[in-house]
Each structure stands twice: as C-alpha cells, then as structure tokens.
Design a protein. Structure first.
Length: 104
C-alpha cells in the first residue's frame, strides 16, 4: 500500500490547553519507529481514531491547539495546508513525525 492509498485516522481530545489532535496514516498504527535514542510507538490508544478524508483531517488540524502527526500522507497533508513547516518534520526510522503547539 502506498502513502496515497493509506487512510487517515484522527482523534480529538479536549484538554485544559485546548483541542489535542492526533493524526496518522492507518498503515503506521501499532508500529514502533526508532532513530538513534528516539523511539515513537503509534499506539491505538492515542492515534487510533476515526477514519477521515483529507478535508476533515485538515479541519481538525486547523482547530487544534496541539497536534501530533505521524506518517507520510498525514505529514505531507499538514505541510500542503501550511499547518506544519517542512523544516520541523522529524524522520524517525521509516516514517515522519511532526508536532505543533499554537500559542495564544
């Protein structure tokens, strides 16, 4: 399955800091990625959410105060929507990860 074939999963949680959004490609769910001393596990508990299309994923990210994004398709979408700067994307093993925190 290529990145364009993968589905997007989104989870939204209200926190004291505002809306927390976790977005990932469905094909990275349940996997652990490692790079040096850094390890990222894409857990069902945190990332396993509702399957959404790109429009709904961007809407969630635009409303988020905090977001965690994992997977090539999800991160590329956030970059294309000007939500994440490509310079802030981390490569972790065979995937990519981005986070943001909106101040304000």
């Amino acid at each position: 399955m290529s990145a364009t074939d993968s589905r997007l999963l989104v989870t939204e949680r209200e926190t004291p800091e505002g809306l927390l959004v976790a977005l990932c490609d469905d094909d990275v769910l349940g996997q652990t990625f490692e790079s040096g001393e850094f390890s990222l596990t894409v857990t069902e508990e945190f990332y396993g959410g509702e399957t959404v299309d790109e429009t709904a994923a961007v809407d969630s990210l635009q409303r988020a105060a905090v977001a965690n994004i994992v997977g090539t398709r999800a991160v590329d979408l956030a970059i294309e929507a000007d939500i994440v700067d490509e310079a802030n994307v981390l490569e972790i093993g065979s995937t990519v990860h981005a986070q943001f925190l909106r101040m304000g």
